[in-house]
Design a protein. Structure first.
Length: 682
């Protein structure tokens, strides 16, 4: 997330007397407590009777089988009693459950699944690929095709989990204040302190767990967007990130999403060399993707990582759980970095690659989501017309514009007018458009929000902004009164109504180690549920703008043709007008100059992402979990450094000299491997 919102910012400030009223516990809370106790008491009964879905029986061998079984079977009402022959013991294992059912996790511990929307979980060790689970009755099960533009995405990001951000998990950064400012420096400092990066894996293990997926479904949400860094695949020498490990946890996310009927938008969030110079790209500072001496080489690496991910998620075993691929978070295209035509060439090349991997047409490979690159949605009208399933991504935020002391009430209707029309117009003019990020923040208050060691515009301590007031009232959520919460909820709902298909940023904000509490409360959906400023059901938001008397232009059309994978298969007519390599790399305008830039050469081994290892009872399942690589005919090697050549540092190359030895652009062309099935290569 960042501040280059292409939409109008907040209004100018007026005075607001700070609120110091004590937090009055909302009535709802008492009611909820009673409900909670009721559920606990009813728990066991509910487990047995409330599940109207089939219960599967499977047989475990008496010797040695039972411990396997207890470890991973879900639900556990089974009380298999030994039979007199001592041969085999039938154990009833619950493989699915609805509201109030008990879920048993990998480690044998249990929790209660709550879902008042008719959702149910499914996990059958005999068929770990079962796709019947539903997040809610109104959300299609994974086994059914998502209807783009008709079914509504009510999503949250799992931000700061596998791709770290200081304001999301401040406790990881605080011990190193002010030196850890991004994942690069954090990794270096943890390595220096511990001699390993176990602390980062510990974060993966604990920050998001299975319960979160259950709670997300219980909150009426049906999608998650998961930011993933390229180092989930590999690192190059000199890159201090923890390599490969986050992939293991992404596989857990796939398992849990499948179990709870939630779909995943995999968002490649950090790109070699940095696509935006912001902390969440891995390294603050330079933009070396598509910019400067290593701009093209870094882009080659990025394309290969996109291919490796597309090869994984296009497999039939995974495509229904991960049908949405955000290929790059927030590329910061501009006249001083890489211009629109450059990022469009990159997107077009990614499109060729992904569609070649998965084939064309609904269900073949993911919908491809491209961020509007801070150009505004309308700039994308007419880009790749007729393309097979390309979606636009936009991140509208109020938090980073001009600050205002006005009360939350004054912001409530803004999303309706500011954003509703933009998204709907884009749905009509371009096709599927979703807001990959938004938050409740009406200002930039909160620990590390603008970066470690930086202040806030609101307090007049960042970027020369004039002071508006103290941030305390906006960060000390325990003191918020009911009116504040109601206004915040209303702001949330008008944003949901305006954006229509959305992913809140973010599900969870970790507590600060210093204060033991969340310091950026506007940014946590989990906290919003707990403290009462999230709608119980996001569908309540529909019509909210109208109820406020604010006009919102809701998309009422239908997407068709290539937009939903029902195109002619001809592909976009203008694909050839977006060449790869592009004719401009930041600082090098014109094919002749681009041709001088160093490139990697396609001679490297292909890194296939591993498939999950089944454990417990599932270990004996006979289903194939795939090979990790969808298209066996895709044997184009990875682009790697030319052996013997010394390249400039890919993260610090803006002023480097061009090496004489690296392959000049003109000599390298992506090899088209023999095509099996439909191909869009022109
Ligand atoms: C479901 O509700 C019960 C109390 O009714 C609670 O203990 C449990 O943590 C909830 N489950 C989840 C996943 O939040
Ligand atoms: C998946 O699980 C559900 C619920 O247990 C069951 O009804 C369905 O038949 C299963 N489908 C497959 C393909 O195993
Ligand atoms: C300097 C910098 O990169 N700051 C960004 C760090 O991340 C936060 C949260 O995403 C952004 O708001 C900052 O702009």
């Amino acid at each position: 997330m960042r501040d280059l919102s292409p939409v109008p910012g907040a209004r100018r400030s007026k005075d607001l007397s700070e609120k110091n009223e004590l937090y009055a516990a909302p009535r709802a809370k008492t009611k909820r407590k009673a409900l909670i106790y009721g559920l606990i008491c009813a728990g066991l009964v509910v487990v047995v009777i409330a599940v109207a879905v089939p219960v599967y029986l499977f047989v475990v061998k008496k010797s040695g089988g039972s411990s396997d079984n207890s470890g991973s079977s879900s639900g556990h009402t089974g009380t298999g009693s030994g039979d007199s022959t001592g041969q085999q013991t039938p154990v009833a294992a619950v493989t699915t459950g609805g509201d109030g059912s008990t879920v048993t996790k990998d480690d044998g511990s249990t929790f209660i699944y709550n879902n008042t929307f008719g959702g149910f979980w499914v996990y059958d060790p005999a068929n770990p690929l079962n796709e019947s689970a539903r997040a809610q009755a109104h959300t299609p099960p994974l086994s059914e095709q998502w209807k783009w533009g008709t079914d509504k995405i009510y999503g949250v990001n799992l931000g700061g989990w596998l791709n770290l951000e200081p304001f999301i998990s401040p406790a990881l950064y605080e011990p190193f204040y002010p030196n850890a400012v991004d994942e690069w420096t954090l990794s270096e400092l943890i390595m220096a302190r511990d001699g390993n990066l176990n602390a980062i894996e510990e974060h993966y293990k604990t920050f998001i767990t299975e319960e979160d997926f259950a709670m997300i479904a219980a909150a009426g949400l049906n999608w998650v967007r998961i930011p993933l860094p390229f180092w989930a695949i590999e690192v190059y020498p000199g890159e201090p990130f923890l390599p490969k490990t986050s992939w293991t946890y992404f596989l857990k996310a796939i398992e849990w999403a499948r179990k709870y009927g939630i779909r995943i938008n995999l968002d490649l969030h950090a790109i070699p060399g940095s696509q935006n110079g912001w902390n969440h790209s891995g390294k603050i500072g330079q933009i070396n993707f598509m910019n400067g001496v290593m701009g093209l080489a870094n882009a080659q690496r990025a394309l290969d990582y996109i291919r490796v991910i597309a090869e994984f998620i296009s497999q039939p075993e995974y495509i229904h759980v991960v049908p949405f691929f955000g290929i790059m978070n927030e590329p910061r295209s501009s006249a001083t970095t890489y211009p629109l035509e450059s990022i469009q060439s990159f997107y077009a090349e990614a499109y060729r690659i992904i569609r070649k991997v998965g084939g064309t047409g609904a269900g073949n490979g993911p919908i491809i989501s491209i961020h509007e690159a801070f150009q505004g949605l309308s700039q994308w009208t007419g880009f790749l017309p007729g393309a097979d399933r390309v979606a636009l991504d936009t991140h509208p935020y109020l938090a980073f514009g001009a600050m205002s002391a006005d009360p939350i009430e004054s912001f409530v209707a803004q999303p309706c007018s500011n954003w509703g029309g933009l998204v709907s117009d884009s749905m009509s003019a371009f096709g599927m458009t979703a807001a990959g990020e938004w938050s409740n923040a009406i200002n930039d208050c909160g620990l590390y929000l603008n970066a470690v060691g930086q202040g806030t515009r609101y307090e007049g301590t960042f970027e020369g902004a004039p002071r508006i007031g103290s941030c305390d009232q906006w960060t000390n959520y325990q003191a918020w009164d009911q009116a504040t919460k109601d206004a915040l909820k209303s702001f949330s709902m008008s944003t949901m109504d305006a954006l229509q298909n959305w992913f809140f940023w973010t599900w969870r904000i970790g507590e600060s180690a210093a204060t033991g509490k969340v310091e950026t409360p506007f940014w946590s959906y989990k906290l919003a549920i707990q403290e009462g400023w999230a709608p119980a059901d996001p569908r309540e938001a529909e019509g909210h703008c109208a109820s406020l008397g604010a006009a919102v232009n809701t998309f009422t059309g239908t997407l068709s043709g290539g937009q939903i994978g029902e195109g002619t298969g001809a592909g976009p007519a203008d694909l050839a007008s977006y060449p790869w390599p592009p004719t401009t790399i930041g600082g090098y305008a014109g094919a002749a100059l681009v041709a001088q830039l160093p490139q990697y050469t396609a001679t490297g081994a292909l890194p296939t992402l591993p498939v999950p290892t089944l454990s417990g009872a599932a270990a004996s399942a006979t289903v194939s979990m795939g090979s990790g690589w969808h298209d066996a005919t895709d044997t184009t090697p990875m682009a790697v450094p030319v052996s013997g050549c010394v390249y400039p540092d890919g993260w610090d190359a803006l002023t480097a000299a061009i090496p004489a030895c690296a392959v000049p652009a003109a000599k390298v062309k992506r090899e088209a491997a023999p095509a099996a099935g439909p191909t869009l290569m022109p």
